[in-house]
Ligand binder design. Structure first.
Ligand code: PLP
Length: 434
């Protein structure tokens, strides 16, 4: 029995009926617990009170084209008149999507669809254990790969500074956590040492090639090359988790930009522009191990995998990303935003590092140079990082007020949005400092 009646404010009803009032631990953000979203379009979303927010959060990254993109919505509306979900065989859209992904992503020889990024990274790790017969997996500080047990430690590592326990969740078997080794990002020497000592026990290495879950830390060439060399030399599987970098930074992801080809790649977020879709792809000899019954050595399933609505959204998104200057536009606005924000912080005489890549930007409140590891980010002033974003929200500009979170520009943002962002940031930082 729910004590809160239907006449109560929506946020109150949410808290009564939904643990924490939101449907993801990642949405549990202090200070914005009363936000009830009614509508979203282009660069903005609107709450139930009619307030508009220029959105740089983009639901943690999917909306590269902007909210409710008309071409994506039209493709979805068309497909739901034809087919919903049959759960048997395959649809033409799934075949077309697989073929297009294989054309675009350098490491893809075969690909499978999931509904989320977490499922994709889960299956990548399972497959790496299945094909190697080994136990250990390696991840890096500050990288986030979803909610499942093997990767649920040292996720948002700056929380260490706030003394939050690591692992991030109760209920995980100690032997699962002990089977994941966490190394510092960009530390090639640590990778070489680990492989020298335990190379024959390592099944796979999973990495966000750019750890955007702590804002933006760019990888050194040496680091990615070392990952490729060591995994090859020791027979371990290299997994690039391109759930954020895939499509947002380049059609072929960071592997296209860096020229380093992993064995497996996981995708999500931007390639269906807000519809729930993930993918795992890579070397055919590895992916074949998933080929279910009979003879498959790793089990892969999911009722909603390849659902026609989501596949239609992805095909429409990929068409727009390939045929329109989405990257040119968002990268140009990204440069404008970063340059403008740097000027603002210089004007205010505030030590800050404004960084990012392409359509992603983030301002850390610490002296330079740009961070190379998670521990560099412990110098960031979390109070100011969160505080100015709360003030920005009061001004109708939404950057997520959580420490180290990155912000995203979409194809729907305009130069005048960026001007509003820069002016709004100047005011918001002043207000947060006063
Ligand atoms: N991998 C990365 C790099 C992510 O950023 C995320 C989500 O933020 C995931 C995996 C998990 O994806 P999902 O939330 O769709 O399960």
């Amino acid at each position: 029995m729910n004590a809160v009646g239907t006449g109560a404010p929506l946020a109150e009803r949410a808290r009564a009926a939904i643990p924490g009032g939101v449907n993801s631990g990642q949405r549990s953000v202090p200070g914005i617990t009363d936000l009830v979203v009614a509508r979203a379009e282009g660069a903005r979303f609107f709450d139930t009170e009619g307030r508009a927010y220029t959105d740089y959060h983009a639901a943690f990254g999917p909306q590269l084209l902007g909210h409710n993109d008309p071409d994506v919505s039209a493709a979805v509306a068309a497909v739901i008149r034809e087919v919903d979900l049959c759960g048997v065989g395959v649809t033409p859209g799934e075949i077309e999507l697989a073929e297009r992904l294989i054309e675009l992503v350098p490491s893809f020889e075969q690909v499978l669809l999931t509904s989320t990024g977490s499922e994709a990274t889960f299956h990548a790790l399972r497959l790496s254990r299945a094909v190697t017969g080994r136990r250990l997996v390696v991840k890096f500080q500050g990288c986030y790969h979803g909610w499942h047990d093997a990767v649920s430690l040292n996720v948002i590592s700056a929380e260490d500074a706030l003394n939050r326990p690591d692992p991030i969740s109760a209920g995980i078997l100690p032997e699962v956590l002990e089977s994941t080794v966490v190394l510092p990002f960009n530390d090639a020497e640590a990778v070489r040492r680990l492989f020298a000592d335990h190379g024959d026990q390592i099944a796979g290495v999973i990495v966000e090639p750019v750890p955007h879950n702590i804002g933006c830390v760019l990888p050194t060439d040496e680091f990615l090359i070392t990952l490729r060399e060591q995994t090859t030399q020791h027979g371990a599987i290299l997994i690039f988790d391109e759930v954020i970098t895939g499509f947002r930074h380049a059609l072929g992801g960071w592997q296209e930009i860096s020229g380093i080809t992993p064995d497996l790649t996981t995708l999500g977020k931007a390639f269906a522009n807000g519809f729930p879709l993930g993918a795992i792809g890579g070397r055919a000899d590895l992916m074949q191990q998933f080929s279910s019954r009979p003879g498959g050595s790793a089990f892969f399933a999911g009722t909603y995998n390849g659902a026609p609505v989501v596949v239609a959204a992805a095909l429409a998104t990929l068409t727009k990303l390939t045929e329109q200057p989405v990257h040119e536009h968002t990268f140009r606005l990204g440069e404008l935003a970063r340059a403008g924000l740097r000027e603002v912080f210089a004007e205010l005489d505030l030590p800050a590092v404004v960084t990012g890549y392409g359509s992603i930007f983030v301002s850390y409140f610490m002296p330079g140079p740009a961070p190379r590891t998670y521990s560099d980010l412990l110098a960031n002033r979390a109070d100011l990082f969160v505080g100015y974003r709360r003030k920005l929200i009061e001004r109708g500009i939404f950057e997520l007020p959580l420490n180290l979170k990155r912000s995203h520009i979409s194809y729907a943002h305009t130069e005048s949005d960026i001007e509003q962002l820069i002016d709004g940031t100047r005011d918001a930082v002043r207000a947060a400092l006063s």
